[in-house]
Design a protein around this ligand. Sequence first.
Ligand SMILES: Cc1cc2nc3c(=O)[nH]c(=O)nc-3n(C[C@H](O)[C@H](O)[C@H](O)COP(=O)(O)OP(=O)(O)OC[C@H]3O[C@@H](n4cnc5c(N)ncnc54)[C@H](O)[C@@H]3O)c2cc1C
Length: 395
Amino acid sequence: METINLLQDKKIAIVGGGPGGLTLARLLQLKGANVKVYERDFNNEARVQGAIVDLHFESGLKVMEDAGLMEAFKANYMPGADKFRLVDKNAKILADEHEQSSDESFGDEHFRPEIDRGALRNILIAGLLPDTVVWDSQFEHMVQVNNIWELQFKNGTTATADLVIGAEGYRSKIRPYVTDIKALYSGATIIQGEIDDPEKECPEIYALVNKGNLIAMGSGKTIAAQPRGDGGLTYYASSLYPEDWIKTSGIDFNDSEKVYTYLVNYYEGWDPIFFTLFKACSHFVPRPLNYFPLDQHWEAKPNLTLIGDAAHLMPPSGEGVNTAMLDALDLSECLTSGGFQNIEAAIAAYENQMQLRAKLLGQEALEEIKDFASPSEESIKKLIKQFTPIGLSKE
Ligand SMILES: Cc1cc2nc3c(=O)[nH]c(=O)nc-3n(C[C@H](O)[C@H](O)[C@H](O)COP(=O)(O)OP(=O)(O)OC[C@H]3O[C@@H](n4cnc5c(N)ncnc54)[C@H](O)[C@@H]3O)c2cc1C
């Protein structure tokens, strides 16, 4: 039987150059498709939010392999950054993977190597044809004329495409063209802080982080800290808050002194070493952790779909980047396998797989986030038990 090339002579617009969108562009270009990625960042130098991400054997790493980017990944990952250390509010170490010998490596299903988000982005971009990413293209809206999408960007430029994929994260402006299902609040909020030179500005806690994943838990609060690839440090102070707390708290999150004062009060009774972390930070971002309903479903569109957080935002559980990359793999395979009569059927098959996976992972993420953000003594004991020689998952 003759296979059908659904993408022949088709222009594809991927909106959003995060891990999902860039991976999809790479995979489609390997199949000869005509793809552009429209990214709102001004250029490649714009800072990528967040610290490191660990790729998993059955998802992120598998996709890197399929995308032919594994060697580049191995040259750029951060050996040792996958180790976890759990401490209590007195900074006393409760469990420590740094103390455990491990010979895990690539090919081992438990090995979850960490990479800086910026490094991952650079690898994915280097794998694309020149000028695939169109920077400074913040999508605003689009209209369909004779089955062709006309996209409008904030800087006044426009583009046309036969097929549009929304990959611009959970505040996606493409999503409303697919579904009107809105995000819900998980109950947990994090205050994210960035420190550019932690070795100098908060050396004690820098040593405690030990270039790995530090989790400090106690009294219904958590602080998680991770290294960045550039020597900086990212941390997340998390707890349970009402949905509109960021507005009603009265805290001006642009005023780092005010946030510092709030955090020192909120973490009263914790070892002062944690306050040095708050003090060294000049830039805080409050993030309510939202999610899209687990049972969401919509009718597949003939020339439009979503991947990654735009499709299935869930509370952080160490799966978001991995899942966005798996979405990219599934969608690229459905569109290029030759097994579907038309693009709509390929999109429908992809969306079924994607929604099923997101439902399972989202359920786990939701069950775990409150315990993570606001742990009980019982859940801390459970977490200690999870520290085994084969590694602790981020969940
Ligand atoms: C605190 C925190 C910690 C996390 N830790 C982990 C972790 O350890 N491991 C993990 O796997 N996941 C983690 N996640 C989840 C992970 O960050 C996301 O699931 C993942 O980044 C989603 O990838 P994406 O490509 O779908 O979207 P994004 O990474 O959000 O990328 C979207 C891209 O689209 C661009 N964009 C946005 N709007 C527009 C627009 N209008 N027009 C054009 N471009 C636009 C953005 O600039 C960005 O480049 C964490 C999330 C949070 C909040």
